[in-house]
Design a protein. Structure first.
Length: 431
């Protein structure tokens, strides 16, 4: 193959003649000049084809190009302040790879179902590409944050014999002769890992067979789960606010062009700086009641409640100390008030809802045993977890960040379906 230059590298070749590999995004023509909108995945550039400067066959090749045709283009790189990239290619030669017929996604508006059925092609749209670039930057920043702070990456299993977050939304499968479930959360395993390595985090796919068709729910989503030995509820919250500020500011610093492509209001992201406000569940219930919401102490919040609470803040808010009655079995009760637990949900601003759920964990073996019987959990299936409280139990805390909700918020998207290349949603397993 000939040596190609990537579009993002063209600025290093001003005045030189180079070959690029590309697809045609679009084309304009004004008599003796054709303007080719070219993309190669790394960027976009306009190719200018001037009839008087090239052979007849190159001119005809340019004329035959349709949307998403693939081609090699040879041209001289010129600075062009009027173009978005700052550069332009004066075309000298064209070698067509394929002239595409009837590309199904045209510049006109298509419905979301239509686009979702063609997600494998829709990914090529500038906005979709920008979202995936931002997602990758978010992942890089997440790993950098924990790696720089002495956390060790540990991978919990995907196939598990028991549940972590309740039994109602488990994906069941056979594991030879045994029953198995796709993991809902690696947390319990991360607690074991924290007892071995001190500070750990996991980063992997999790699965919930939730029959909820909302803009915040995926069936398969990626979760980041840090777990820290000798860390209490307070310190857990401090890590979370530092973490989220770091990730958002990394995106602001490194993805400005992509944020502009998707039309995100960057000033809203710039204000995401620790510390974050905190409000207890009790206060939140009072605020909601004052706003006329029908909610009583002891009831869980729904998405509209979270949105109402978040409206008062320009950065994420922690709702802390929820009633033990509807929270997970492993959360540590507040010693001063055992009917609430040392937990927090982090609610993103602008109506994006809960992005983090976390808590201090029960470290007392006896209390954990009581919770097991209240929740009718099999001590056999979880014996290994109970062992952790038998052999050198220590105070510890952790949390789980949902990647797709975080991407939706940072990108300002209406729906999580655009935050991952191939979303798994209720009734959608294709493509
Ligand atoms: O609040 P959740 O259920 O917490 C846990 O799973 C804990 N075991 C985490 C831990 O402490 N290690 O889920 C954590 C986060 C939520 O805040 C949300 O961002 C995301 O995971 N999440 C989902 N994201 C997309 N689709 C779904 N169906 C989700 N369910 C949870
Ligand atoms: Mg939660």
């Amino acid at each position: 193959m000939r040596t190609l230059t990537r579009i993002t590298q063209l600025h290093q070749h001003v005045g030189e003649s180079v070959w690029i590999g590309s697809w045609l995004n679009g084309k304009r023509s004004s008599g003796k000049i054709q303007f080719l909108q070219l993309r190669d995945g790394t960027g976009y550039i306009q190719g200018v084809v001037v009839k008087s400067e090239i052979t007849e066959s190159v001119w005809e090749a340019a004329k035959s190009l349709t949307q998403e045709s693939s081609l090699y283009v040879k041209g001289t790189v010129r600075e062009e302040p009027r173009s978005a990239s700052g550069y332009e290619l004066t075309v000298e030669d064209i070698e067509i790879i394929q002239v595409t017929q009837d590309y199904p996604i045209t510049p006109k508006e298509h419905g979301v179902d239509y686009l979702m059925d063609r997600r494998h092609l829709w990914l090529r749209a500038p906005k979709q590409r920008a979202i995936l670039v931002i997602r990758a930057e978010i992942i890089r920043a997440i790993q950098a944050f924990f790696d720089e702070r002495g956390f060790t990456l540990v991978d919990p299993p995907i196939l598990t014999p028991s549940s972590c977050e309740g039994t109602t939304n488990l994906f069941h499968t056979k594991y030879f002769d045994e029953d198995a479930y796709l993991t809902q959360s690696g947390q319990l395993y991360m607690e074991a890992a924290a007892m071995a390595l001190g500070k750990v985090y996991s980063f992997g796919p999790t699965f919930r067979a939730e029959k909820s068709k909302t803009r915040r729910h995926l069936i398969e989503f990626w979760m980041i789960e840090p777990e820290m030995a000798f860390v209490d509820h307070e310190e857990n919250l401090r890590v979370q606010e530092q973490f989220i500020s770091y990730v958002v500011q990394s995106v602001v610093a490194n993805c400005r062009a992509e944020l502009e492509t998707i039309g995100r209001d960057i000033s809203k992201l710039e204000s995401i700086q620790a510390p974050f406000p905190r409000i207890t569940y009790d206060e939140a219930v009072r605020v909601l009641q004052e706003q006329g919401q029908e909610i009583a102490w002891g009831e869980d919040f729904g998405a509209p409640h979270e949105t109402l609470i978040a409206q008062s803040y320009d950065r994420p808010v922690f709702i802390t100390h929820y009633p033990a009655s509807f929270k997970a079995f492993y959360m540590k009760p507040d010693p001063a008030r055992p009917e609430v637990v040392l937990c927090a949900d982090m609610i993103a601003p602008e109506g994006y809802g809960e992005i983090i759920g976390g808590s201090q964990r029960i470290d007392d073996p006896q209390l954990l045993a009581e919770r097991f019987s209240e929740h009718e959990l099999s001590t056999e299936a979880y014996q290994w977890y109970l062992d952790l409280r038998q052999y050198g139990t220590v105070p510890h805390s952790g949390f789980g960040l949902g990647l797709e909700r975080t991407v939706a918020w940072i990108c300002g998207l209406d729906h999580v379906r655009e935050t991952i290349a191939f979303p798994r949603m209720l009734y959608r397993l294709y493509p």
